[in-house]
Design a protein around this ligand. Structure first.
Ligand code: GUN
Length: 307
């Protein structure tokens, strides 16, 4: 069985570092502040936003959540973003995605002041990342890099395969791996013979949102497998197949009506891989730590303080 990479432990260290930096800033009269915008009732988004707010509190970052109804108009959302852009006391603005239809996420991300864009999703910041001089590294791929580095994974010259080409994870992940001199392949729904391409990977990052897509036959022996997927699975038969003899999973499914499953079949892939991240407890905590880091960095940069 592969070594299980403990994302929660690496995230805890990162949060501790951020907390120290936040305290130093507060001593200088700067109190970092993050504003989170949540539109609509998406249950997963509510959970994520709650976790982000709690994490801010723990490290001494001020945060406010603007929970808006799904009926919010584009003009109302644009006006809120404009007000937060104009408020010099606000360091970071996070617009939780996805937005409910008919609101188009990209249109509103474009309105966020790039100096407060702690997600790194504004085209200005995306451009800087592509050029290898990021202002804000998107939180999830940034968290993956923290975990790879903390785990001593060599990237220069390695074959890296990223499954998924989203703006949030796949594309920035590929850029970050490329800047560290990996040879990067990005796969997507039109990729031919996905298992064969994945089997080339020394480092495989799965970010497609398809529960347990990546099985043992996708893995090169000894590979490092990073599972970014977080999928709600409600099918008892699938849960029984993925987690045979795991009473905790069965109990969770019975209690909540779902259990969280990554894009990787953990048992099957873990039997072949050299190292693997679990879901939950892998990349999720690092995403939140990355957001805290970006918020504190925004507070420094906006005042020309060293980060
Ligand atoms: N929805 C899923 N992941 C993210 C993220 O990292 N940032 C934002 N804003 N929304 C998300």
């Amino acid at each position: 069985m592969a070594r299980v990479l403990d994302g929660a432990a690496v995230a805890a260290e990162l949060r501790a570092r951020v907390a120290v930096r936040a305290q130093e800033l507060v001593a200088k009269g700067v109190s970092p502040r993050l504003e989170v915008i949540l539109v609509g009732e998406d249950p997963a988004s509510r959970v994520y936003v709650g976790a982000k707010a709690r994490a801010c509190q723990e490290v001494g970052v001020r945060s406010t959540t603007h929970a808006l109804p799904a009926t919010t108009s584009g003009d109302e959302l644009a006006a809120l973003i404009a007000a937060l852009n104009a408020d010099s006391d606000v360091d970071g603005i996070l617009l939780q995605l996805p937005l409910p239809a008919p609101l188009d996420g990209r249109r509103f991300l474009d309105l966020i002041d790039p100096s407060k864009d702690v997600d790194g999703f504004h085209p200005f910041n995306v451009g800087l990342l592509q050029q290898g001089r990021p202002a804000f590294v998107p939180c999830t791929p940034g968290g993956v890099m923290e975990l790879l580095d903390a785990s001593g994974v060599a990237l220069a010259g390695a074959q890296a395969v990223v499954v998924g080409r989203s703006e949030i994870v796949g594309k920035p992940m590929a850029a970050l791996l490329l800047h560290r001199h990996a040879t990067v392949t990005v796969c997507h729904s039109r990729t031919r013979d996905l298992p064969a391409v994945c089997r080339q990977a020394d480092v495989l990052v799965a970010a497609v949102g398809k529960p347990a897509l990546i099985g043992g036959d996708y893995i090169k022996p000894g590979a490092v497998v990073i599972d970014v997927g977080v999928n709600r699975v409600e099918d008892p038969q699938l849960v029984a197949r993925l987690f045979p003899g795991d009473p905790a999973r069965a109990a969770q499914l019975a209690k909540r009506g779902y259990t969280l499953v990554g894009d990787v079949d953990f048992a099957a892939a873990g039997a072949v891989a050299g190292a693997i991240t679990p879901v939950p407890g892998g990349i999720g905590p690092l995403t939140i730590a990355g957001l805290l880091l970006n918020t504190v960095r925004a507070a420094c940069r906006r005042r020309d303080l060293p980060c």
